[in-house]
Design a protein around this ligand. Structure first.
Ligand SMILES: NC(=O)c1ccc[n+]([C@@H]2O[C@H](COP(=O)([O-])OP(=O)(O)OC[C@H]3O[C@@H](n4cnc5c(N)ncnc54)[C@H](OP(=O)(O)O)[C@@H]3O)[C@@H](O)[C@H]2O)c1
Length: 338
C-alpha cells in the first residue's frame, strides 16, 4: 500500500445486529487495507438514502439474503462517498494517491476511511465540493435510470407524473425529467410544493389532498406518458389508469410486507403487464459510474442542483441515520468527515 497517512485505527459507525438507529454505535476500528482492484479513501462526505436504512434494519427480511443473514456483512452504512485516494491495492490503474473521487460503493462510508472498488469511483470535478458530490451517485443515478426506463415517454414534450417528488430520488427525477424536455407534474407534501415547483414541476399536488390511488379529478385518466412512482403505495390499477395509450409506469419503490417487501407488487405488475394497456416497469437501479460522471457534469454546469436538507458531522452520524429512517428527508442528508 502506498499510504502516507499515519493511522492504524479510525472512527466508524458500526452495527453488529440489524435494528433501528440505536444499534449503530460509534467505535474505533482498524483502518482497512485495500485488496486487488480497490482503493482506500479518506472520506470527506457520505450521503445517506432509504437503502441505507433498509440494510440497517434488515427490512424487508429478504434484504438479509443479500446483505447478511444475522447481521449486515458490511457493518458500516454509507454507500455514497466523496473522498481522497490515500492508498492503492494491487492492480489499480488510472487512479493515484491524492485524487479526489466520488462514487457509489457497497457500504462503509460512515467512517474516516473506506475501501472502494476502483471501478466504482470517478474523478470529482474541482468545481464541485465533496458534500455536493456525495449527494449525487445513488439518488440521481436512480432517477436517471428510472427516466431511461421510461425512454421517449419521459422525453421532450411528454407529460410525466412524479409521485414522491421531494425526497432524494424525487428531487432529482423532477429536475432530470424537466431537463429532458418533459412537462413535469409532481405529488409531494404541502411543505415541499414550492421547492418542487422551483426544481421544474409545472404543477404540484399535496399528497394529503390528492391521492394518486383514488382517481382524483386533478389527475385525469390517460393524461400522462409516464408515471414515475417513488412512493409505491397507490394500487397498480389506479396508476395504470393515469397513463395514456403507449405510456408506462416506472415502479421505483413498492410498499410491501415485512418479509418479501415489494416482490408481491412486482409479480402483480408483471401479470398485469401481460394484458393490454400500459406497462408497469419495476426498476432495479445499479451503480453506474458512467452515469455518475454525466450527472456530475450537469451539476458542474449548473443545470442540476442537488438538494441538501441537512449535513451532520461524522460524530453525529447516528442522528443522520435516524433522520433518514424517519422518511421525511427533503432531498439529501450528508455526513461530513472533518
Ligand atoms: N428501485 C430502485 O432501484 C431504488 C433505488 C433507490 C431508492 N429506491 C426506493 O425509492 C424510494 C425513495 O428513496 P429516497 O432515498 O428518495 O427516499 P427519501 O429521500 O427518504 O424520501 C422521503 C420523501 O418522501 C416523501 N413522501 C413520503 N410519503 C409520501 C407520499 N405518500 N407521497 C409523496 N411523497 C411522500 C417525503 O415527504 P414528506 O416529508 O412531506 O412526507 C420525503 O420528502 C425508497 O422506497 C427507496 O427504497 C429504489
Amino acid at each position: 500500500m502506498t499510504d502516507a497517512v499515519d493511522t492504524s485505527s479510525m472512527a466508524a459507525w458500526w452495527q453488529s445486529a440489524y435494528g433501528g438507529p440505536e444499534v449503530v454505535k460509534r467505535e474505533r476500528t482498524p483502518v482497512p487495507e485495500p485488496g486487488a482492484g480497490e482503493v482506500l479513501l479518506r472520506v470527506r462526505a457520505t450521503a445517506l438514502h432509504a437503502g441505507d436504512v433498509h440494510v440497517m434494519r434488515g427490512e424487508p427480511v429478504l434484504v438479509r439474503a443479500f446483505f447478511g443473514l444475522r447481521r449486515p456483512r458490511i457493518a458500516t452504512r454509507g454507500m455514497d462517498v466523496a473522498g481522497t485516494v490515500v492508498g492503492l491495492g494491487p492492480g489499480v490503474a488510472g487512479l493515484a494517491v491524492g485524487d479526489e473521487v466520488v462514487g457509489e460503493i457497497p457500504g462503509g462510508g460512515l467512517a474516516e476511511y473506506v475501501i472502494a472498488p476502483a471501478a466504482r469511483v470517478v474523478a470529482r470535478p474541482e468545481s464541485i465540493d465533496a458534500v455536493t458530490a456525495a449527494a449525487v451517485p445513488v439518488s440521481a443515478g436512480t432517477a436517471w435510470q428510472a427516466l431511461d426506463l421510461a425512454g421517449d415517454r419521459a422525453g421532450s414534450g411528454r407529460r410525466v407524473l412524479v409521485i414522491g417528488a421531494s425526497g432524494g430520488v424525487g428531487t432529482y427525477t423532477v429536475q432530470l425529467a424537466a431537463l429532458r424536455g418533459a412537462e413535469v407534474w409532481a405529488i409531494c407534501g404541502a411543505r415541499n410544493e414550492r421547492l418542487v415547483a422551483d426544481l421544474g414541476a409545472i404543477r404540484t399536488f399535496d399528497y394529503a389532498r390528492v391521492d394518486a390511488g383514488a382517481s382524483p379529478p386533478e389527475l385525469p385518466a390517460a393524461s400522462f406518458d409516464a408515471v414515475i412512482d417513488i412512493v409505491g403505495a397507490a394500487p397498480l390499477r389506479a396508476l395504470r389508469r393515469l397513463v395514456a395509450p403507449g405510456g408506462c409506469v416506472v415502479m421505483v419503490s413498492g410498499e410491501g410486507g415485512r418479509i418479501l417487501g415489494p416482490i408481491g407488487r412486482m409479480l402483480r405488475a408483471g401479470l398485469l403487464s401481460l394484458g393490454r394497456g400500459p406497462r408497469l416497469q419495476p426498476l432495479a437501479a445499479t451503480a453506474k459510474p458512467a452515469i455518475t460522471r454525466q450527472l456530475l457534469a450537469l451539476v458542474g454546469e449548473g443545470r442540476l442542483h442537488p438538494v441538501i436538507e441537512r449535513t451532520y458531522p461524522l460524530s453525529d452520524a447516528g442522528a443522520a441515520l435516524a433522520h433518514v429512517d424517519a422518511r421525511h428527508t427533503v432531498g439529501k442528508v450528508v455526513v461530513t468527515v472533518p
